[in-house]
Design a protein around this ligand. Sequence first.
Ligand SMILES: [Zn+2]
Length: 396
Amino acid sequence: MTRVPILNFHSVGDDVLPFDLRHLSTHPKVLEKSLQWLNRHDFTTISLEHLFSHLQEGSPVPDRSLVLAFDDGYLDNWCFVHPLLKKYGHQGFILVTPEFVPNETEVRPTIEDVWQGNLSPENLPKRGYCNWEELRAMHEAGTLKTYSHSMTHTWWPTSSKVVDFHRPNAPWIPGIWNENPIHEKPYWMTESSAEIARKLPWGAPVFENARSQCAPRVFPPALSNHPMVEYVRKHGGEDFFKKPGWKERLLSTQTAPAESVPRESQEDYETRLRFEFGESRRIIEQEIPGHTCSFFAWPGGEWNETAQKIALEFYDATLTTQHHVTISGEDPQLIHRLFFGQRSHELTGLIWPSVWKFTARLLQHGGHSKARIRNWIANRAIGLGKCFLKGNRNYR
Ligand SMILES: [Zn+2]
């Protein structure tokens, strides 16, 4: 039985993603060493279309095949992943959310400019999202093809139950996206964390919520003039959260009963799903002429039966992050991927454990038994490495 694992990266850079997103980062050196290892061991990266036709129709694939996926459309995929794939003769795909794609048309420098001596590594842009020019360039180069990762990639409230509050040490990022103009979405990572967090007033309630694609949403009153926000404003703003018992005090201000919040009908939920699927595909195909955007990756890897049924009106297949390799005979329209992110930027002087982790995961899911020992050693070394962190190191 041929097994073709999809290894799923997110950010590949030498700068840490802000807030609690460190687990999504991989150091470029880890990717480079992994690509070198693939070449030494005769692995072939195949396209997602190729894998799909293998799963659906049994089209042959090379013996040692894998697929590389990069979620969210981070700018560092352009700066590091694209040049590295080109250098080592590999390919993959990038999952893009159109609302996060900036409008600028400037093509930013990449690590190639550093290799050629035209730029110092400190001057590489690091945070943000790829723009359409860069996505087109990667498509034309054959390094990364663009598929859809929804229109909004957000969470919406599913009830008026308050589960948390937007506060200095726990900013509610989806609230920042949802409550500010859409055109600001691509830039949420490029400002300072403190500035971004202030785009939503302190004390804004975080309601019980779900991924946009997973449930009908409710429409609570606007967060910016919510009574809880008013209460925090009157009682010290940012300092309010330093006082013990702040949570109970804030919760006691809640007056509106849960039933009073308007709820989306099933029909409106399905219309919204069609927007997430259809509009993102339409924009990607409009921006990358000649490209057929036939795959969709679930944000956060979450979906339900209704969403999958509607997604298949627009796409050949959807992609999960369920830790599994889809094989012939299984549903070819629901393709699973293996998450790979090792906080490896923290292992700046110790890249090899993360590379071993990558190779172990690949071998293990490709059906090689010895990979377990390799995985064990990698995990131990990663654990040990965390005790001797040296801070970030620029990649050259
Ligand atoms: Zn995502």
